[in-house]
Write a protein that binds this ligand. Structure first.
Ligand SMILES: [Fe+2]
Length: 178
């Protein structure tokens, strides 16, 4: 079984005493989603898109991220590291490289399927699509308070940098649910 309280405690322990924690949290999360059926039973079958905080502190944020079918989030950065573990569905990532002047160009891709776990460095710029016709659920862990970090997004057509708009991002997840 997947014990959510234990998982959160293990993640918090990994950053105790000011440790960076990413490597340990990647291992903890990879182990969790290797048994994705157990994670699904504990978190529940996704019922609608959203960003649900399972844990939030100034040091660490753990989200249950549910992507609507075929939903895409524009290129953005996090200004902190991340660990992502998919427990149902799929996330397709495009990674972008910053160019002088603020624009970006595509630099690589990574597909995550159920049971996959990956770590993103703090300088990563990515866009994410749920490529399938059903809800995708993933655990996302961020060092720091995900909801209180100044960061950037890039217009998906012009690829110009602008401040990240958290409220718009939240409403995208919610709007896709309607
Ligand atoms: Fe992201």
């Amino acid at each position: 079984m997947f014990d959510l309280d234990r998982y959160i405690e293990d993640c918090r322990a990994a950053i105790a005493h000011g440790e960076d924690g990413q490597k340990a949290i990647r291992e903890i999360t990879a182990r969790a989603v290797a048994d994705h059926g157990a994670v699904l039973r504990t978190l529940g079958e996704p019922a609608g898109g959203g960003l649900v905080a399972l844990h939030r502190s100034p040091e660490l944020t753990i989200l249950n991220v549910v992507w609507q079918p075929k939903m895409t989030v524009m290129p953005h950065n996090h200004e902190t590291w991340a660990v992502i573990g998919v427990y149902t569905g799929a996330e397709d990532n495009i990674f972008w490289r910053k160019l002088p002047g603020g624009k970006i160009e595509a630099a690589g891709a990574k597909s995550l399927r159920v049971g996959d776990c990956t770590a993103l460095g703090r300088d990563i710029v990515h866009s994410v699509t749920n490529p399938i016709g059903k809800l995708t659920g993933a655990i996302h862990v961020y060092r720091g308070d995900f909801f209180d970090i100044e960061r950037s997004e890039w217009d998906p057509e012009a690829l110009d940098e602008r401040p990240y708009d958290l409220e718009k991002a939240k409403s995208m997840f919610a709007a896709a649910a309607r």
